[in-house]
Ligand binder design. Structure first.
Ligand code: 13P
Ligand code: SF4
Length: 318
């Protein structure tokens, strides 16, 4: 891989050290689209949560360094228990995963015997262990449609994604009342203001956004699907209603197009940036590779229970 020499020199130097060190250590760096641009630039593979979990399942590297949030690194460890999985910043959590604690979910499920439990990958290993099949925003509709048409379904933890896929599939679904602190903050009003200014712009939204926001979208999809749409659609201006980190890839892949990040309801809060994703810095990546720590460690019994739910999802693919 090459290191971008347009970076300021201390960053270029650090990036070059990381690239050397990961080769020496036999490590692969997987990064989510929401991470910092300089982090995405040094990654071996950048993707959405589905692609990253597929990559984690197939890599033969000795070490997986996950530039992303906790549940993503945990998913990699669930799939590759014999590999060392490093999470450079263990405090990089996820407000959505935190909105559904395993003990509360176990209690909740007692009210729904005979239901098939579908969980978004944005969950802890404990919630995955209570799940029949996982999904991501890329394949949620396919996962739901893979179930018998009369199946009774519990979906967790995102109410916006859950309500959206219930609308698309028309299936009988009970939805856990959780949400992502970033996607909840987008407002229809702000998007309509932008639409007045840029009437030709297409609105791209992640399904974790509220229903009012999704109603204003020209296209709804996972981060990878939004990127594909932006590259293939003939429009040249897009209002992007998801975490702002994705703009780096959108602009890189489409230098002639204009991408406008949708502001959150309170524009001063900066909360169209996921604070957890932005905790993963080049410094922390370098240290984690050097020390081969912090490492994701899971209880083997819970890991095994959780593995089935992710493997079932991967069999469906996309
Ligand atoms: P993707 O499935 O699109 O990667 O989204 C993950 C995520 O955390 C969205 O907030
Ligand atoms: Fe979690 Fe939301 Fe951040 Fe995605 S954007 S990692 S759902 S807090």
């Amino acid at each position: 891989m090459t290191v971008d020499n347009k970076l300021p020199s201390p960053e270029t130097e650090l990036a070059a050290r990381i690239v050397r060190l990961k080769k020496e250590k036999g490590a692969v760096i997987l990064a989510h689209y929401y991470t910092l641009p300089e982090v995405q630039r040094i990654a071996d593979f950048t993707g959405d949560s589905l692609a990253l979990s597929q990559q984690a399942a197939r890599t033969d590297a000795r070490i997986i360094l996950f530039a992303g949030v906790h549940f993503m690194a945990e998913t990699a460890k669930i799939l590759s228990p014999d590999k060392k999985v490093l999470l450079p910043e263990p405090a990089a959590g996820c407000s959505l995963a935190d909105s559904c604690r395993a003990e509360d979910f176990a209690e909740f499920l007692k009210s729904y015997p005979g239901h098939t439990v579908v969980s978004y990958v944005n969950t802890s290993v404990g919630v995955k262990a209570l799940t029949d099949i996982c999904c991501t925003s890329s394949n949620a509709v396919d996962v739901i449609r893979s179930l018998p048409s009369d199946a009774k379904i519990v979906f967790a933890p995102d109410r916006n994604l859950g309500n959206y896929i219930r609308g698309v599939t028309g299936r009988d679904m009970v939805v856990w009342d959780g949400a992502c602190g970033v996607h909840e903050e987008f407002s229809l009003e702000k998007i309509l203001e932008l639409k007045k200014k840029y009437p030709e712009a297409k609105v791209l939204a992640h399904p974790e956004c509220k229903k009012t926001v999704l109603l204003a979208a020209d296209y709804i999809g996972s981060t990878a699907a939004l990127l594909r749409f932006a590259s293939t659609d003939p429009a040249d201006t897009f209002i992007v209603v998801t975490e702002a980190g994705i703009l780096y890839q959108m602009r890189k892949e489409n230098p002639g197009k204009t991408f406008i990040p949708a502001p959150p309801e309170d524009a001063s809060c900066g909360c169209n940036n996921c604070a957890f994703m932005k905790m993963v810095t080049l410094d922390k990546i370098y240290r984690a590779l050097l020390d081969e720590s912090p490492e994701v460690v899971l209880d083997e019994e819970i890991r095994r229970k959780a593995e089935g739910s992710i493997r079932r999802m991967l069999e469906i693919g996309k």
